[in-house]
Design a protein around this ligand. Sequence first.
Ligand code: HEC
Length: 125
Amino acid sequence: MKRLSLIAALAACIALPAFAANNAAKPPAKVAVCGACHGTNGIARLPMYPDLAGQYDTYIKRALHDYKDGLRKNPIMNAQAAGLSDQDINELAAWFSSRPPKVYTPSVTEPFTPKVEPDSAGKSG
Ligand code: HEC
């Protein structure tokens, strides 16, 4: 079972960038650096790196400012964010937040509609 989900995760890593490549939006130039770990479409190359695809724009911006200002500490990301301008951060956040994620992310602006009927087992009367 564990092996199967690993294979599925790997397949998703390979398949998704090809799918997202059809999107018309143009990636910012600095995405190439981030792509070494997070994938240019925000689907991480290795499980040790977080996916950025589909994360909220405001969350990515906050994370990058916090790394840059040293409020969030991680040796890799502190170094990565140090050279980013505000414009770089805005462009990178816009890019990664617009990439399709591997998993469904609920919207904060639309009401949640469950796709599966709630289980009625155990209800009496
Ligand atoms: C050498 C690998 C590497 C590179 C290159 C890299 N990152 Fe990261 N990134 C990481 C790791 C590892 C973490 C997790 C750090 C932590 O635990 O705080 C991370 C975390 C992040 C997070 C926070 C994600 C979350 O879910 O909280 C953001 C946003 C991010 N990176 C953006 C970028 C951007 C934008 C670039 C390019 C300028 C970049 N990264 C380049 C390895 C990398």
